[in-house]
Design a binder for this molecule. Structure first.
Ligand code: FAD
Length: 460
């Protein structure tokens, strides 16, 4: 039955564990958010009227959400809420927007009641607020926050490397979290009257910064103690590389086909230099682990400079896309756009290794035919697997026979489903965000239900 196929997707935010796990994560997250306000309530603090109570509620939830923002992306596997990177990066982005609005409005909301008394009273209060020495931490935190949010919104347009932006984004967090905590404990009306409330905020801030510290200082040490080796790097198309790593005997690394890992080839185990890539191999290929990487920017264009045998630090696996999602599906469609072929190939290799008898279709699109990778292997699988075939889709015209010209659209998908009943089929997609969005739309048009669609997009 369709309803029995528990299929996660990054789109609807479910996880490899199904909707139950997603609900658990959301409940854990919401409980943390409400913690400081619950403490205010239990400490019996006076919020000075309904307006003060609403502001205190909004501010304490927002501040707590801010403290969790970075731990959410910290990939700490031992703590469920901070381990599921697909779920948490979606929250990080969604919540980040709201926090931007709330913190931007914070001083205006504080001052609003004074302006209702009279404009002059409002202006005097605003002047006092801006110039009072005890407001300094808050004013500076607010200024840095505005700048920090703008650099996040326009990060792709800034003339700096992504890695530099990511590092300054983390530093900005540490500075703002520290200043905001000093502000809350210094001028916040609660802190002045309830020392226990200050202790709580100092504790929350320290916990949050400790998790960031773990990610940037302790985790690299752990990764350094169990490096992988670069076994091979070769160009496999006009724009893609295949990078193969060999796991050391003492490194514990297990994964499901379709997942991804952060790999760091810089020689320094520090997290700033790592990049996420989907694993293109399957468990049967261990101790070897392969990745298909498209040349895109400053890091991926220099892969040819790597040295065989060098240490590579691998943090993973992560990600909720895996074949576990399709255990009860009657057929499987893998749709890959460009570099999105990596996880699709990992799953295809796994399906071949376990001699899966179900109909399996691969729809693989690229701009040019020369960008298609692993064609010998995929063609061989068409002969050896029970019911597998591939459809190549090429945006630019090509002389090659059997290639669908254009983009992966509704027609190209429908043609490859033949006359199968797809109600109980499972769809996987991976590629750049615009491709994933477009294909999700085509699948909707084909009446494929959201819960049957699992995707990984190549950016957070
Ligand atoms: C879950 C996931 C799986 C991915 N799997 C693959 C894959 O199998 N094959 C593949 O070719 N690409 C994959 N990518 C994309 C890959 O990570 C980026 O293309 C690569 O990091 C670009 O680095 P660059 O310095 O060459 O390019 P840049 O021009 O510096 O970056 C281009 C974009 O890549 C992203 N990016 C860059 N550096 C990082 C970083 N350190 N951490 C996170 N994102 C970064 C940013 O969105 C940036 O805007 C994946 C991305 C994600 C999020």
């Amino acid at each position: 039955m369709v309803g029995q196929i528990a299929m996660p997707s990054r789109l609807n935010g479910a996880s490899i564990f199904g909707t139950g796990r997603k609900t658990q994560l959301a409940m854990g997250y919401l409980s943390l958010l409400i913690l400081p306000y619950a403490a205010t309530y239990m400490l019996g603090m006076d919020n000075k009227g309904w307006y003060g109570a609403i502001l205190a509620l909004i501010n304490s939830i927002a501040m707590m959400a801010f403290f969790i923002q970075f731990p959410l992306g910290s990939r700490i596997k031992a703590i469920g809420l901070f381990a599921n990177i697909d779920w948490s990066m979606t929250r990080h982005r969604q919540v980040g927007k709201w926090l931007g609005y709330i913190f931007f409005l914070h001083p205006f909301l504080i001052l609003a009641p004074r302006f209702f008394v009279s404009f002059d009273v409002g202006m005097t209060s605003a002047y006092e607020l801006l110039t009072a020495p005890q407001s300094l931490t808050g004013v500076v935190a607010w200024g840095i926050m505005v700048l920090w949010i703008l650099t996040s919104i326009f990060k792709n347009k800034l003339p700096i490397k992504y890695e530099t932006w990511r590092f300054t984004h983390m530093l900005g967090f540490v500075v703002i979290a520290t200043l905001a905590t000093l502000h809350i404990t210094g001028v916040g009306r609660h802190g002045q009257f309830q020392p226990m409330f200050n202790v709580l905020w100092l504790f929350l801030c320290s916990g949050s910064l400790a998790m960031v510290g773990y990610n940037y200082l302790l985790k690299p040490r752990k990764l350094k103690s169990r490096p992988f080796k670069l076994a091979n790097i070769k160009k496999v198309s006009s724009s893609d590389w295949e990078l193969t790593l060999e796991k050391s005997d003492d490194a514990k690394f297990d994964f499901e086909a379709g997942q991804f890992a952060w790999i760091n080839t810089s020689g320094s185990a520090h997290g700033v230099n790592e990049h996420p890539f989907s694993i293109a191999s399957c468990r049967e290929n261990l101790p070897y682990l392969s990745f298909l990487i498209r040349e895109l920017g400053d890091y991926t264009s220099k892969l040819g400079d790597l040295t065989i045998g060098q240490d590579v630090y691998v943090d993973g696996p992560y990600g909720s896309v895996s074949l576990r999602c399709c255990e009860r599906a009657k057929g499987i469609v893998l749709i890959a756009g460009g570099a999105g072929i990596g996880p699709m190939l990992g799953m295809l290799r796994k399906l071949a290794a376990r001699n899966d008898q179900r109909p399996i279709r691969l729809i693989y699109g690229n701009n040019q035919f020369e960008q298609m990778v692993c064609q010998d292997e995929i063609t061989a699988l068409e002969q050896t697997m029970s019911d597998f075939c591939q459809q190549l889709v090429c945006a630019q015209a090509t002389e090659q026979p059997g290639v669908y010209q254009g983009f992966i659209d509704r027609v190209s998908i429908q043609q490859n489903l033949e006359s199968h009943e797809i109600e109980d089929w499972c769809f996987y997609l991976c590629g750049p965000q615009p491709m994933v969005n477009a294909v999700c739309g085509h699948l909707k048009g084909l009446q494929v239900r959201d819960k049957h669609v699992n995707f990984e997009q190549l950016s957070f």
